[in-house]
Design a protein around this ligand. Structure first.
Ligand code: GLA
Length: 740
């Protein structure tokens, strides 16, 4: 609900969802103050009374305030902060004007309320469905001196407890303006002694949560890698110090963007917390001529008064329903076998068909042919860009191979790394200027490859033509879209030097454009995002690919931490997760096959190993695992997710419950080994306390108890669990009445 109350010269804006409110005021001077974000307010509540004003030394006063020395942009909580005009904290907007001055001072101009979600130009954004329709408030702010407009967009999703923000600059003036910084949001929270939880990592170990207090020194996460990155995920949480999974106020901020981003929280001199998120200003500079505009990506914000689990569930629901698109948004995803860890580059057509044959026998539903099927590509030093099938290596074309795989009752999928180019490739020899490299400098090479200039339409046209030709030449149901290096050496042969600061952003817009074109041409296609695993695991990519390869690390025990971190924002259905061989190729660790599957099936499930090396007994297990995955699919892909124990607690456990709470299951993995072992105990969550459930234990024995008993008494595992052993327990409602 969006309400606007006018009093004298002031406008009070209140955005309310089912359990949260967000309040702002355009005050008598036209400054847009942030008043409140938190638990839902009642009608008529006006929290501008919270603002405490004094004449603070070294915090000057804007001209509009006349002689009021207690009115300072440096101390007021604001929705927009401009650089160079008296707010000395970090700014949301920085403009460089033609006369060399740098000032951005935006005052309220007008507002508009619209039915439905707003769109973000050329970028992903939450969209409406028949079940969920957003409401939009656009507040237009103006810089009088330059005649630059700033439109602040707010989306309100009532039952989802979600509010979004984005901003758009429009240069209505006659002169050019250089935008040095334009974030998606600035939020000044007046009284909030918060912790910040962000997700950090590295290639093959992504999204490990870190929780730190918000202090006066800024805590910032960011990427300049041209992608959201393995190192920091573009999402973070602010929460009360006492907040845990089940209690405490928590706020989430999640950027629907796949490129350079920055997000920070910092206390100011009045102990207010300034929160910011958007495109990273490092290396960014965007020229706007008359009537040109620039829009920011969208921040998805959500509030929970009841802890982190609820916050995560709100994100899972909205991303799954209103960000992910396409046929496979709800349609069951096939269980796949990927040949990468089974063969790496060493395969031919026959080897692939053998894998497919064995996979089909086990109930696997799709074979994904990974890297190495095109150009000259027998290792990772050459061939990228040459998207022509290597029929010699395959001993046939993709039509033959795909057809034979289809005949086995399986689908066929294919790997691409569209944004990249090897110097040893036909494409590079024909178009060296298509690669990102600065003239007269040696480019940085990573995995011995360069990135393509995705801002160029000719590059995108080539990729679209090549990918379309391949996808229409064979029965290809799935594409794994990879990106295997951080991007630098930003220079485009196709644009003028003064536009060089736009390139990182235009690269991302180019990627989105190509993805959009491809999906429009092949609407049935299932895309799995990937960037050396989870280097581009963000809400933006989930608009195109409902699942993303979560990490190149397939060690089930490392995956516990990686998938745990991923679960704070991203739906479990989006987590691409495979059973691989032991000893594990990344860590050398051996983990029981059951545990590997129990961990992987809390995600979009598959296998990535040489099936020929499995014993008969293991093959039987794989068949059972696939049956179990299907049985639990509704819960993992459409249910609510609960973190029961964090990976560092000796035991890692999580659960899923159906929305109607008639069915649930928990998975538990023991991490430690000890002599004279102590009992393994866990509290279940997500059941209806008044319902009665049968919990299936080992060997078909079961116990019936109320939801209340399983949740507050918990469950003791009635046998000794060894290190890395896992258990899955299913809870079925026994009758539909109350337990009593
Ligand atoms: C990346 C991916 C892997 C695999 C290789 C192929 O590292 O994350 O799964 O596809 O590329 O080169």
């Amino acid at each position: 609900m969006i309400s606007v109350k006018k009093e004298n010269k002031e406008l009070l804006f209140t955005l309310s969802t089912y359990e949260s409110s967000y309040q702002m005021k355009a005050d008598r001077y036209g400054v847009l103050l942030h008043l409140f974000y938190g638990e839902r307010l009642n009608e008529g509540d006006d929290l501008s009374r919270l603002i405490f004003r004094t004449d603070m030394g070294f915090s000057g006063n804007p001209a509009c305030a006349g002689t009021d020395r207690a009115y300072s942009l440096d101390t007021l909580p604001q929705e927009v902060s401009g650089f160079g005009a008296g707010d000395f904290r970090d700014s949301m907007v920085e403009l460089l004007h033609e006369d060399g001055s740098r000032a951005a001072e935006f005052y309220f101009d007008s507002y508009e309320i619209m039915d439905g979600s707003y769109k973000v130009d050329g970028m992903p954004a939450l969209y409406d469905t028949s079940a969920t329709k957003g409401e939009t408030l656009v507040i237009t702010m103006r810089e009088a001196a330059s005649d630059v407009e700033l439109k602040l967009c707010y989306g309100v999703y009532e039952k989802e407890n979600v509010i979004t923000r984005a901003a758009k600059l429009i240069n209505k003036g006659k002169k050019r303006v250089s935008v040095q910084k334009l974030l998606s949001m600035n939020l000044d929270m007046m009284f909030f002694d918060a912790d910040m939880i962000y997700f950090t990592g590295r290639h093959a170990f992504e999204r490990e949560p870190e929780r730190v207090p918000v202090r006066h020194a800024k805590t910032e996460i960011k990427s300049v890698r041209g992608m959201s990155s393995h190192q920091y995920n573009p999402a973070f949480i602010l929460c009360e110090k006492k907040a845990d999974e089940d209690s405490g106020k928590c706020y989430g901020f999640c950027l629907a963007y796949s490129g350079n981003f920055a997000a920070s929280a910092q206390r100011d001199q009045k102990n207010q917390t300034r929160v910011q998120m958007g495109i990273n200003p490092d290396g960014f500079c965007y020229l706007l001529g008359k009537d040109e505009e620039l829009m920011t990506p969208q921040v998805i914000m959500s509030f929970s008064k009841d802890g982190l689990t609820k916050l995560s569930q709100q994100y899972h629901d909205i991303i799954r329903e209103n960000m992910c698109r396409g046929k496979y948004k709800h349609e069951k995803r096939p269980v796949l076998i990927n040949n990468w860890e089974a063969t790496y580059f060493d395969f031919d057509g026959q080897k692939l068909l053998n894998i497919a044959e064995q996979a089909a026998e086990l109930g696997i539903e799709m074979l994904v042919l990974d890297d190495g099927w095109f150009g000259k590509r027998d290792d990772d030093n050459s061939g990228l860009g040459d998207w022509f099938v290597n029929e010699k290596k395959l001993g046939g074309n993709l039509q033959d191979i795909g057809g034979r795989i289809n005949d086995m009752g399986m689908k066929f999928g294919l790997w691409f790394e569209p944004e990249m180019i090897s110097e040893d490739s036909g494409l590079y020899r024909a178009h060296p200027d298509w690669a990102l490299a600065i003239p007269d400098r040696e480019p940085n090479r990573a995995r011995n490859q360069l990135a393509l200039d995705m801002s160029r339409t000719d590059v995108r046209d080539y990729l679209f033509e090549r990918m379309s030709a391949i996808l229409s030449s064979a029965p290809i149901a799935y594409v794994k879209w990879d990106l295997n290096r951080s991007i630098c050496d930003m220079y485009s042969h196709a644009s003028k030097p003064e536009h060089s600061g736009e390139l990182y952003h235009k690269y991302v817009l180019g990627v989105y454009d190509l993805l959009e074109r491809l999906l429009a041409r092949f609407p049935e296609l299932m895309l799995e995002g990937c960037s050396g695993g989870g280097g581009r695991f963000d809400a933006g990519m989930l608009y195109y690919s409902p699942q993303i390869w979560c990490s190149d690390n397939t060690d089930a025990i490392n995956r516990l931490t990686i998938q745990y971190g991923t679960s704070f924002f991203y739906p479990i259905s989006s987590v691409g997760s495979h059973v691989s061989a032991c000893p594990n190729h990344q860590t050398g660790r051996s983990v029981p096959l059951k545990t590997r599957a129990d961990v992987a099936m809390s995600g979009s499930f598959g296998y990535e190993l040489d099936l020929g090396k499995l014993t008969d007994e293991e093959k039987l297990q794989v068949k059972e695992q696939i049956a179990q995955f299907h049985d639990l699919y509704e819960l993992t892909h459409e249910g609510d997710y609960y973190r029961l124990a964090a990976p560092k607690e000796g035991v890692m456990a999580w659960a899923f419950a159906a929305k109607d709470k008639r069915r649930a299951f928990l998975t538990l993995v023991r991490l430690e080994a000890e002599g004279n072992p102590l009992p393994v105990h866990v509290f279940m969550k997500g059941l209806d306390k008044d319902k009665s459930y049968r919990c299936m234990l080992k060997n078909d024995t079961s116990v019936i108890n109320s939801g209340a008993a399983f949740m507050s008494g918990g469950i003791t595992i009635p046998w000794t669990m060894g290190q890395y052993e896992s258990v899955v327990m299913v809870f079925e409602e026994v009758n539909h009445g109350s337990f009593a």
